[in-house]
Design a protein around this ligand. Structure first.
Ligand code: SF4
Length: 389
């Protein structure tokens, strides 16, 4: 993969890529690679037309230095004046070169919103960079910003599985504290079908390796990815893989199928039978029930998820999470519809919001206005979910 490095390219200024995990909303984004070196997953809308490349280490370091210069100036201004005003920031934008504005904007967000606590290395798989190069970037980042609490990155299991323990440990010691892996599924059948390019065994090997070398591990699972046909095997095999890994975090991100992804064509031709919300809840129940012997924190921090409050730390919170899913499954179809619509429209954040008369009335009004019924609710909420991708 390192053969993709574009060493001859001139530095074109500070860069940021299109995505980050939801949990990295306040992190400084430092772009180490561009796009995804795999780019074949049929459910994934990101990067599909973009070519992958590795940025030269010197370019990444120049990005870090550009942010550092702005951060130094911003913190000095704040100390001298007791607080930076909007006018001050406007002045900074206007006096600097336009080519530097992205770095300035990133620095402002990071200083005033993120409080300079964390950094996320972009894009889809920074671990594809040679270990020595990644160590150099991490070391530079830590030198420039010694107070950073956390540096994280996405990585593919297939890439991590090929890195030696020693190299991965060196990357951790240089400052990478957490790796986010898109497991999506632990089922080989599902992984093959969606062209994830990785097996359950590689997921397990990579996850265990990350834990073994002392880096925090966050694994993403995608409820609904197996469709109706593979729903159960998807739930049970994913739980089994995660039981072997004991990740620090298990993060849920429910499948949505925008028109731009290859999976949409299968769906459109009737070859992928998408689960309803009720079926996804039943699948998630089977998944949570099968998680066993692990101490992972379950997180539902993606807007696509029907249950924003399906969170907790295993094993202590397992029964509560199971109870929440059962509550939804056992509702009348009308009440379930109300919750589905309210959640997808942003009226409800959690299931208890159904008990709020004003919010429930608002969801009911939406159902009546748009003719939503238990029979068509999943078709309507599918459309709503596409807005969030
Ligand atoms: S590896 Fe990640 S970014 Fe790349 S295609 Fe698959 S889901 Fe998308």
């Amino acid at each position: 993969m390192t053969g993709h490095a574009e060493k001859s390219r001139e530095y074109e200024g500070f860069e940021q890529g299109p995505i980050r995990p939801p949990s990295e909303a306040e992190s400084l984004l430092i772009r180490v690679t561009r796009n995804c070196p795999w780019n074949k997953c049929t459910f994934c809308p990101v990067y599909k037309t973009a070519r992958f490349s590795i940025r030269p280490v010197e370019h990444v370091k120049r990005d870090i230095d550009a942010v550092h210069a702005h951060v130094t100036r911003l913190t000095a201004m704040a100390e001298q004046t007791g607080g930076v005003t909007r006018e001050d920031l406007r002045g900074l934008y206007e006096e600097g070169p336009s080519s530097d504005r992205q770095a300035l904007a990133a620095a402002i967000d990071w200083v005033f919103v993120g409080k300079m606590r964390s950094v996320f290395l972009q894009d889809a798989n920074s671990l594809v960079v040679k270990p020595a190069a990644l160590v150099e970037i991490l070391t530079h980042l830590r030198e420039r910003f010694p107070a950073i609490e956390r540096i994280t990155s996405y990585a593919r299991s297939q890439t991590v599985a090929r890195i030696s323990d020693d190299d991965l440990r060196a990357i951790g010691e240089a400052g990478l504290n957490r790796i986010h892996i898109g497991m999506e599924s632990g089922s080989d059948e599902v992984l093959k079908r969606v062209r994830k390019g990785v097996t359950k065994a590689e997921h397990v090997e990579a996850g265990q390796k990350v834990k073994r070398v002392g880096i925090e591990l966050s694994e993403y699972v995608m409820p609904g990815l197996g469709g109706r046909a593979l729903s159960r095997v998807h739930a049970l095999e994913s739980a089994d893989a995660l039981n072997r890994i004991d990740a620090d975090f298990i993060r849920l991100r429910t499948l949505a199928i925008p028109g731009s992804v290859p999976l949409f064509e299968e769906y459109d031709r009737g070859e992928f039978d998408k689960c309803t919300d009720l079926e996804v809840a039943e699948e998630t129940l089977a998944f949570i029930e099968a998680l066993d012997g692990v101490t992972s924190a379950v997180r539902s921090d993606h807007i696509l998820n029907l249950f924003g409050d399906l969170e907790g730390v295993l094993p202590g919170d397992k029964d509560r999470m199971i109870g929440l899913l059962r509550r939804f499954i056992e509702m009348t179809p009308e009440r379930r519809m109300l919750y589905q619509v309210g959640r997808r429209c942003g009226i409800f954040e959690r299931m208890d919001d159904l008990g709020d008369a004003a919010r429930a009335g608002e969801a009911d009004r939406v159902c009546r206005q748009f003719g939503i019924t238990p029979a068509n609710v999943d078709a309507v909420t599918d459309q709503l979910m596409r807005r969030f991708i």
